[in-house]
Write a protein that binds this ligand. Structure first.
Ligand code: XBP
Ligand code: MG
Length: 256
C-alpha cells in the first residue's frame, strides 16, 4: 500500500484549541445573560458532543429540559453560537495560538513532496480561517485539496461522514491515507471511514479510548522539540513523512 494523502482534524489536533473554545462559550453565555459557566471538567465531558451548537443544546436539555424544548431554542442557540464564534476568532486570530509541535513542519513536508492533504473537522468554517490564516498564511486553503467542516456534512463525528466527504474530494481510497486526530469521537469517525489514524491526545482527551489507533503519541515532535520516547522504526524522535510512509505500509516495527 502506498500513502496517497494525509487527513487532519482541527481542534485538539492541528492546535490545542479547546481551552479557547471553552473561554469563548463562557464569554458568549455572559454576553447573553445566561448564568451558565462551563468549568474545565464539565467542558471535558461536554466535548463528547461534537459541534458547538449541538453541545449547547445538549447542555440546555441537561439544565432545563422544558425550556430546551421551546420553539425559540434553535434561533437562540444560533445567536449564542455566533457570538461564541466571534469570541473564539478573537482568541486565536492573528497567530495568538500556535499549531501543535510538528504540524507546521509536517504540512510543509507533505506540500513540498506533493502529497495531497485534506481537513476533516466538525468545527465552524470561520474558526479554521482564524486559526490557520495566521499559522499557515492567508492562502492556507491552497495547501489542502479539501476542507470538510461543520458546513460540509449534517452528521458530525463520531459519524464518518466528514472523513468520507474528504476521501471523495481527494479521490483516494481510505486504505491509502493516514488521519490525525485527538479524541475518541474523531478516532471513531476516521476508523469507521477505514482510515488508519495517529492520535495525539490533549489534556481534554487523555482519558479517551484509543485502542483502534495506529499510534498514540504525545505530539508529532520537531527537531527542536523531540519526543521523549523512541518512535517505532525511526531513529529520529519526531514524525516525518518517511516515518509515516513506513508506518502506513506496515513496516511499523521494522528497523529504520
Ligand atoms: C471539535 C468540535 C468543535 C469545537 C467547537 O472539532 O467538536 O465543536 O469543539 O467548535 P474537531 P464549534 O475536533 O472535529 O476539529 O463551536 O465551531 O463547533
Ligand atoms: Mg479534534
Amino acid at each position: 500500500m502506498t500513502l496517497h494523502a494525509l487527513l487532519f482534524d482541527v481542534d485538539g489536533t492541528l492546535a490545542d484549541t479547546e481551552a479557547a473554545h471553552r473561554d469563548a462559550f463562557n464569554a458568549a453565555f455572559a454576553d447573553v445573560g445566561l448564568g451558565w459557566y462551563w468549568s474545565e471538567s464539565l467542558y471535558a465531558s461536554l466535548l463528547d458532543v461534537a459541534g458547538g451548537k449541538e453541545r449547547i443544546l445538549y447542555y440546555w436539555k441537561l439544565v432545563d429540559p422544558d425550556e430546551a424544548d421551546g420553539s425559540e431554542v434553535r434561533a437562540t442557540i444560533e445567536r449564542i453560537h455566533a457570538i461564541k464564534t466571534r469570541h473564539y476568532e478573537a482568541r486565536v486570530g492573528g497567530g495568538k495560538l500556535a499549531l501543535r509541535p510538528g504540524m507546521l513542519r509536517l504540512i510543509g513536508e507533505a506540500h513540498a513532496a506533493g502529497l495531497p492533504m485534506a481537513i476533516a473537522t466538525t468545527t465552524t468554517p470561520a474558526n479554521i480561517d482564524a486559526l490557520l490564516g495566521a499559522a499557515l498564511g492567508q492562502g492556507w486553503r491552497s495547501l489542502f485539496v479539501a476542507v470538510c467542516d461543520a458546513s460540509t456534512v449534517a452528521n458530525k463525528k463520531p459519524a464518518p461522514d466528514v472523513y468520507l466527504a474528504a476521501l471523495a474530494a481527494l479521490g483516494v481510497a481510505a486504505c491509502d491515507c493516514l488521519a490525525f486526530e485527538d479524541s475518541e469521537n474523531g478516532l471513531r469517525a476516521a476508523t469507521t471511514a477505514g482510515i488508519a489514524t495517529i492520535v495525539t491526545p490533549t489534556a481534554f482527551t487523555l482519558g479517551h479510548q484509543f485502542s483502534d489507533a495506529l499510534l498514540v503519541l504525545p505530539h508529532l515532535g520537531d527537531p527542536a522539540l523531540p519526543m521523549s520516547q523512541h518512535l517505532p522504526g525511526a531513529e529520529q524522535r519526531w514524525v516525518d513523512l518517511a516515518a509515516l510512509r513506513r508506518w502506513h505500509d506496515g513496516t511499523l516495527f521494522e528497523a529504520a
